[in-house]
Design a protein around this ligand. Structure first.
Ligand code: SF4
Length: 343
């Protein structure tokens, strides 16, 4: 096989550093070539549900939930219903198999709550793939979680829920955002309008006036939760670190907390993100609890990282290597930067 420049580097990386057999390495290179044609190292994969399908499902579920709320008699009754229906999730990658100890997670609707989105993360995001994009029960529970996160009772309810699962599993770790992200109020307002939903409905139905909530109200909600549970380790990945107002709020309210770890997602080819790369490395140097999550075909040269054992196990099709986050715990404690190979 004839290889050129980048391809040689990638081939050497995946065969020597990742231990990928020749045959799989060649398939990965094929994927790299296809992705390059797309103009970047990322591209929608074959199992991707068209983005419009997810947006239509999200819109119809949101409207359906609002219609159900409208049938209830009072703001109190609606809020109670929402808070009673808040659900934590246990995605396979994070939580492991049946019968194993588990890390529980928090999920809100992807895209609606992702102010840092761009075409690349939309192409990559697993929360927009397969059944996550089409199963209306999953979307519904994320919509209800999102509505709950706007309510003043949210921190209290979450503290109780997290205490309950930690007691049950014996795993004092909680992951934020297996779907969705740190949203701002203006972004959510904008997205609701795009989905043909008048944000003033939330005032009428739930007594939540988006115009009066602080922009970073969601970060503040999590601060209350993380502070109240000093013995639980919280961690998350975010692309919103590039948006200064939201990062300033995370910096002020969450990074000072010892039990919180933030992974900055950096996921475009190095050549195109020199500034971004420098900023991310700078931030990670400044904070003990800030690390970097690289996603790509190959990590930037000169960086030190662990290869995610879950993804590596998938590539090698080797269950002996593949660990779930519950088994691995690198990210939960922010032990080191992590590389997520695209394959
Ligand atoms: S490195 Fe470990 S903790 Fe982080 S995503 Fe991969 S399996 Fe999970």
């Amino acid at each position: 096989m004839e290889l050129v420049n980048d391809e040689e580097r990638i081939y050497e990386f995946v065969t020597k550093r990742m231990g990928v057999p020749q045959q799989i390495a060649e398939k990965m290179l094929d994927k790299y070539r296809k992705l390059k044609e797309y103009g970047d190292v990322f591209a929608p994969d074959a199992k991707r549900v068209p983005f419009d399908t997810y947006i239509n499902n999200l819109e119809s579920v949101l409207k359906q939930v609002l219609a159900e709320l409208r049938k209830m008699r009072s703001v109190e009754e609606r809020r109670r219903w929402i808070l009673e229906n808040v659900k934590l999730s246990t995605p396979k990658k994070v939580s492991g198999r049946e019968g194993e100890e588990k890390i529980y997670s928090w999920a809100i609707p992807a895209f609606l709550t992702c102010p840092g989105y761009d075409e690349f993360c939309i192409a990559m995001c697993y929360a927009l793939k397969n059944r996550y994009a089409v199963d209306k029960r999953i979307i519904r529970s994320r919509v209800i979680n999102f509505l709950a996160s706007l309510l003043p009772e949210f921190p209290e309810v979450m503290v109780r829920k997290i205490e309950e699962v930690v007691r049950k599993t014996g795993v004092p770790i909680f992951r934020l955002h297996d779907s969705g992200n740190f949203y701002t109020i203006s972004f959510v307002k904008h997205m609701l309008e795009k989905l043909d939903i008048d944000p003033r409905e939330l005032k009428e139905l739930l007594g939540v006036d988006l115009d009066k909530l602080p922009e970073d109200c969601y970060v503040l909600q999590w601060r209350k939760i993380v502070e109240r549970l000093p013995n639980v380790q919280f961690y998350t990945y975010t692309r919103t670190w590039r948006l200064l107002p939201i990062f300033k709020s995370i910096e002020k309210h969450l990074l000072p907390l010892k039990n919180f770890v933030l992974y900055l997602s950096v996921d475009k080819p190095v050549a195109k993100i020199e500034n971004e790369l420098r900023d991310a490395l700078e931030l990670a140097k400044r904070y003990r609890n800030v690390k970097i999550a690289w996603t790509g075909v190959i990590p930037p040269p000169g960086t030190v990282y662990a290869i995610c054992p879950y993804e590596l196990g998938r590539i090698l099709n080797n269950p002996n290597i593949q660990k779930t986050c519950t088994q691995c715990k690198i990210c939960a404690y922010g032990k080191i930067d992590v590389f997520f190979p695209v394959h």
